[in-house]
Design a protein around this ligand. Structure first.
Ligand SMILES: [Zn+2]
Ligand SMILES: [Zn+2]
Length: 291
């Protein structure tokens, strides 16, 4: 059996006579039927056997409407948010209530609970550069996208950038590898809106939540030159920016990363994007594999 034929997780053979039917039933119980054909092509090729696919720890149940955290993880933590507008109050977790109403992030949705298996996959992906894991994680991102964001029309997708020092050490940006696969499938334009200006300590070495949050402040800046390369909707507005009558534009931006821990990273990205006068009304959402 070659490496390509064995399950990335349990090493058993990936191919089996029951595979097609099992993937079909797994997908149809998790996404609307209209997304099944395109996801099937992807899932049929991912390096997991059927029993490992069926054991994936999907995030389910009632979720915090902002960050996508399941209520079951911390019972009774979903509370209607303070509601100054006429909008219906959304159930938010305690973490998100602390950010409301100035939270720069409109929503986060993730695919899987971050457990020991997730830690092993992230290790293989980030530190070994295993391309099979990249395919797997991109498939999981697509699953979460069709599950939670199918009704949203995003104008562009961008990744969380690495600092150039970290990029030199690692040789690739894991978030960018995921975005490329994701965008190839969804046909969303990829725009490198952000640069990382602060070489933050590894998140795994920053133990306190407070340290993670303050460590990410002003960690990114907007790449002003890419505003010219934005899709037509943004490009026309970006030209008008030079005039006094510049009008901030409404757009929906999707940020992609491998993991949402405290949300400090994606919130810092979202704040940087929305600090630009043209993008102050942009709706920035994030999509991650793990949560
Ligand atoms: Zn397996
Ligand atoms: Zn939340």
């Amino acid at each position: 059996m070659t490496r390509a034929d064995s399950c990335l997780s349990c090493r058993k053979p990936v191919r089996s006579p029951a595979r097609q039917a099992a993937i079909r039933s797994f997908l149809l119980s998790n996404v609307a039927a209209r997304f099944y054909p395109r996801l099937f092509v992807f899932f049929h090729q991912i390096p997991l056997c059927v029993s490992c696919i069926e054991r994936l720890p999907l995030l389910e149940g009632s979720l915090c409407q902002r960050c996508g955290q399941p209520a079951a993880r911390k019972p009774t933590t979903l509370t209607p948010a303070p509601n100054p507008s006429a909008q219906p109050a959304l159930p938010l977790c305690h973490d998100c209530i602390r950010f409301a109403p100035d939270d720069p992030l409109s929503a986060n949705r993730s695919c899987l609970r971050y457990n020991q298996w997730g830690k092993e996959m992230i290790y293989l992906f980030k530190y070994r550069g295993d391309q099979r894991v990249a395919d797997l994680l991109a498939g999981l991102l697509l699953l979460a996208y069709y599950r939670h964001y199918s009704g949203m029309s995003f104008q562009l997708v961008c990744c969380v950038p690495l600092h150039r020092h970290r990029l030199q050490q690692r040789g690739f940006n894991q978030s960018e590898l995921l975005v490329r696969r994701f965008a190839h499938h969804t046909k969303l334009p990829v725009v490198p809106l952000l640069v990382r200006t602060k070489d933050t300590a590894k998140q795994s070495k920053q133990h306190s939540r407070r340290a993670r949050l303050s460590g990410m402040e002003d960690a990114f800046c907007l790449q002003h030159d890419v505003l010219h390369a934005l899709p037509p909707l943004l490009r026309s507005a970006s030209r008008s920016c030079k005039t006094a009558s510049a009008v901030p534009i409404l757009t929906r931006i999707l940020l992609i990363d491998d993991i949402f821990t405290t949300g400090a990273t994606v919130r810092s990205c979202a704040r940087t994007i929305r600090n630009h006068p043209l993008l102050e009304h942009a709706e920035v959402c994030s999509l991650t594999v793990f949560r």
